[in-house]
Design a protein around this ligand. Structure first.
Ligand code: ADP
Ligand code: ZN
Length: 598
């Protein structure tokens, strides 16, 4: 049997395995079943691709999305691996050819849609072909409670019944224990070894800022930290998607919109552009993202608060799959909290659902308002016994917020809510606290209440932050009618009575909380090296176009950077560079050396 590490180097051009890859590969290569839980970008594909190349016969990979299959096969072709896919995008003739090649042992890997795999015809073909293994990708699709449920996945238990001697490897990035159990049961994986990786994404830097002007904060972030990078900007509504994309374009950002209300053709055209071109910023609703395995997304930005930590983690997880530095950035404000609380309160759902939804929202708010390491909170939320060592790569770690004793301020705010009859929103309450004698205040005669003008020691901005945090901490809640009025809660009494202290975070004056280093990290490069970088990128764009594949399939940014840094002058030196396997060396060696010797 060929050695896994030789294949890693020779075919994929990588020098070391990541995380548990080596253990998984060894286990499958000798015929073991397993379930692999690894975060997005953890490198799941290699876990079955390498055993596929080590073992006799064809590896059959079950994959739920046509686009994913096509990308994987395109990438394998670039590596010179014999592979194909079988799904509804092929004509009868094409599918027939693939089947014939499959029977003739022409492939090392065949990607198949589940409904196709389950046909008697294909099951029959498999019975007549030596099989290396079954890989069941996105195995959480078997879970009826998950949002990616695919009924055909349940029937995949047939594989075990029909082909008991063929090892099976199921893979997913969904971590929770309920889903894990379901996968094991439904796919008949009892007795299979389970590989659980940490779900930490150390290369992603988490950053949450107070939203003031939203859009311009975003622009500032993109320009100062991610100029020219590919990224995704998530917005709550279709309208906001359109507006934000248009505005960014006016400001010189290469942005395009994506949401479910757009015509299908335009939508898929935009998706293609995002995948294939360098440095496109996709402004989208959460309709965008499933099955996007672009590895060089450098940032994911949220202009609105997501619904839960699960959603946040999944969306931000689309950044930095290639392991290079990436940023998860979010701007959130008082309006988000009020809107979401109200949405839950007003939903038709049963009480139990409302309780779950508000618990989830509270966990997210705690993350947003955190004055301790955000990564630690995230990992703990997902049940990982994270160490309490701060990560050093989130905004809180890099620039710890100052916490102040806000008990008196909280008492003033809460009592102002009480004195004005729990009928008013934040803007009005702040007017009363600051003693602003507005017409409205006079009309309600609140210039006569005891809390009028008692908050002059803080300015309006600080009061806004105080109210936001009081809501996030559960001491205030918006009314359910949607008037924007704030109401006291059961817990506010303790604060008003002086039984509970309230600690608040100091607001930062500057809009950028932490200035991050440019992620493409060309900072250390000399002008001449930057020029080389541009030339290599240009070459990559042209080559990708010629081959009809996304640029990153030709080479990742990381490889181009290595090329600039090491400037190899011979084929041998070139073959040492990360990401340069033997097939790519053969195809691109001459042109690359031509450029590098330039
Ligand atoms: P997942 O499916 O777990 O999200 P992928 O299999 O797509 O992740 O891998 C993410 C990226 O990391 C890919 O671009 C892949 O080429 C790269 N990668 C995987 N394993 C390694 C490794 N051992 N060394 C370097 N890069 C790797
Ligand atoms: Zn941290």
């Amino acid at each position: 049997m060929p050695q896994a590490s030789n294949i890693l180097k020779d075919i994929f051009g990588y020098s070391a395995f990541r995380g548990q890859q080596a253990e998984v590969i060894t286990h499958v290569a000798v015929g073991g079943d397993c379930l692999v839980l690894m975060p997005t970008g953890g490198g799941k594909s290699l876990c079955y691709q390498i055993p596929a190349l080590m073992r006799n016969g064809v590896a059959v990979v079950v994959s739920p999305l046509i686009a994913l299959m096509q990308n994987q096969v395109a990438a394998l072709h670039e590596l010179g691996v014999r592979s194909a896919f079988l799904n509804s995008s092929l004509t009868h003739g094409e599918a027939f050819d693939v089947e014939r090649n499959f029977l003739a042992g022409q492939y090392d890997l065949l990607y198949v849609a589940p409904e196709r795999l389950l046909t008697p015809r294909f099951l029959g073909l498999m019975a007549n072909t030596p099989l290396a293994l079954f890989a069941i990708d996105e195995a959480h699709c078997v879970s009826q409670w998950g949002h990616d449920f695919r009924p055909e996945y349940i029937q995949l238990s047939v594989l075990q019944e029909r082909f008991p001697d063929v090892p099976r490897i199921a893979l997913t990035a969904t971590a929770d224990t309920v889903t894990r159990k379901e996968i094991i049961e439904r796919l008949g994986l009892n007795g299979a070894k389970i590989f659980v990786s940490s779900f930490d994404r150390p290369n992603i830097r988490y950053q949450v800022i107070d939203r003031t002007s939203g859009r311009s904060q975003l622009l500032d972030f993109i320009q100062s930290e991610h100029k020219g990078d590919a990224g995704i900007v998530y917005c709550m509504s279709r309208k906001k998607v359109e507006e934000t994309a248009g505005w960014l374009v006016d400001k010189g950002v290469n942005a395009i919109p994506y949401h479910a209300g757009m015509n299908t053709q335009v939508r898929s055209h935009h998706q293609e552009r995002f995948l294939r071109e360098d440095g496109v910023v996709m402004v989208a609703t959460i309709a965008f993202g499933m099955g996007i395995d672009k590895p060089d997304v450098r940032f994911v930005a949220h202009l609105d608060l997501p619904k839960s930590i699960e959603g946040y983690y999944q969306e931000t997880g689309r950044a930095g799959r290639d392991g290079q530095a990436a940023t998860a950035w979010m701007a959130y404000g008082l309006g988000d909290v009020v809107r979401q609380l109200r949405m839950i309160e007003n939903s038709e759902a049963e009480d139990q659902f409302k309780r779950v939804a508000s618990t989830k929202l509270n966990a997210l708010l705690a993350l947003c308002e955190a004055s301790v390491c955000r990564r630690t909170l995230l990992l703990r939320y997902f049940g990982e016994i994270a160490t309490d060592t701060p990560c050093g790569n989130c905004d809180v770690c890099l620039d710890p917020p100052t916490v102040w004793d806000g008990t008196v301020a909280a008492q003033k705010a809460l009592s102002c809510v009480y004195r004005t009859g729990q009928n008013f929103g934040v803007g009005y309450l702040i007017d009363v606290l600051l003693g602003n004698d507005t017409d409205r205040v006079k009309q309600w005669m609140h210039n006569k209440v005891s809390t009028f003008g008692i908050g002059k020691e803080l300015d309006e901005k600080v009061w806004r932050a105080v109210f936001r945090q009081l809501i996030a901490l559960g001491f205030l809640t918006p009314d359910s009618e949607g008037h924007g009025s704030l109401l006291l809660t059961e817990t506010s009494r303790a604060v008003l009575k002086g039984l509970q202290a309230v600690y608040l975070k100091q607001q930062k004056e500057n809009r950028r909380v932490v200035k991050l280093k440019r992620s493409d990290d060309l900072t250390g490069f000399e002008p001449i090296e930057r020029e080389m970088w541009e030339r290599l990128r240009l070459w990559r764009t042209e080559t990708a176009k010629e081959h009809g594949v996304p640029a990153y399939v030709v080479f990742h940014d990381a490889t181009l950077k290595e090329l600039v840094r090491l400037c190899p002058q011979t084929e041998k030196e070139l073959s040492q560079v990360m990401g340069v396997g033997s097939h790519k060396l053969e195809m691109y060696g001459v042109s690359l050396l031509g450029i590098l010797r330039g």
